[in-house]
Write a protein of this length. Sequence first.
Length: 490
Amino acid sequence: MNRINHIIWSIFIIGIFLTGCSSAPQKREFKLHNSELYVVWPAITQGETQKKVESSLDDRAIPKDLKKHPLKLDGLYIKHVTPARVIGSWRRQPLIIHGQNIIPNSTVELCWPKKCITLSDERVEIEDDTRLKISITTGIQEEQWQVTVIEPDGKRSNTLFFDVDTTDTQAASQKIESVVPAQPEVPRYRFVGEIHGESNYGIKQEERSFFAKLVGLMTGEAKPLTLQRPQSGYTDGVGTVYVTDISRQAVVVFNPKANGPLFWEYAGSGESRFQAPVAITPGPNNEFLVTDADLAVIVRLDQKGKPLGQFGKGKLTRPTGIVYSAQQGLIYVADTQDHNIKVFDESYSLVKTIGVRGEAPGQFNYPTHIHFRDHKLYVIDTMNSRVQIFDPDGNYLHSFGKRGINKGDLPRPKGITTDGDGNIYVIESYYDHLLIYNKEGQLLLPIGGTGKGTGQFFLPAGVWSDHLDRIYIADMFNGRVVILQFLGGE
């Protein structure tokens, strides 16, 4: 009986082989779907058939390069998306596309059962050639979506799939601890809240709607004014929060005693407005100083946001981070495109330049955010993947950080601040984390991960602290400022 079964199966397999070879030879291709390898045969009829590569498939049929390195393919290729299963929601959610050879100015095509859309420009954040981020709104139906990356010349990547389910987002968020780290460990940080804008900070909707209609700004129902792409900020001694928003092209002011947020949009006389405000700091003479990367100047504002003047024109190329030391009487500015730190005195004259381009200690490769505390100047040396620390005169003291994939590494650092205990807080935007180090630069705790829930971030940018050791995180692509309270402890 076993011999008869063997003969029958042999005839069946030979028949399939002859059927497939009765016409021109059928070329097999290999494709990746959600990081799994598939073999694809063009079908005899229209369309194609595919089978997941399993141990039962003849191992000799798999190309050696795919068998040994299944994700290293030539050209543009996307390998997987995270999350692979998105919670259905009418709210904006992050989606990260991982791949290789992703080039700038690429667009993303999203398709679902009803239609397709193309995302481009500011809706596509390309970190490097292996990763990009988009923001999606899925609705609440269970369905499968497709994502494809398209190069500027029209060349398309392979297509990946992800599922949308109807998990209760509120129930899911309730599982997230409001203290970090989670018990039974001793909590070090408590989640205080978050600032989105008008929706959770002040002015009544009907009041703003009335005045907006009165001056002809809008018709119909008013939408709350919200943060869009917050970059950095400052919090004063009475709890007023000042946030630079590069998409709003303004400094957004949240005063707990005011009716709602204020928008400081003007950078000079007449109709001169901010173009790309990045950082804000209190300056001499009770002023605020704001860096504008596109205008390549520092804008001086009074306490009500009225422009008082500018400085640095012709001396700065792309100013980003800024900090003022009243004790030193100096203003430190990170000039990212010039790869140095420029130092101005209280009369706004350039008195010193710290560093040149390079990788050696004291040199920079696109410095961005900076911070000053306890006679130390902290500089985020972004493309060198490190934090450098200097004395007030610009003498190099030490540094920490390196490229890598482990927690505590700094492949793409951005914001920086410290607390009263001397702990150092660094935004690691590549992996959407807030990393906390001790004074020596040893990692104490990571907080975050990609998402919009409590304790999660989506391309965070800046971080700052106040006199009560509250930590503020500019969660850029979630359009909010997240606030944590440092609880102290060794």
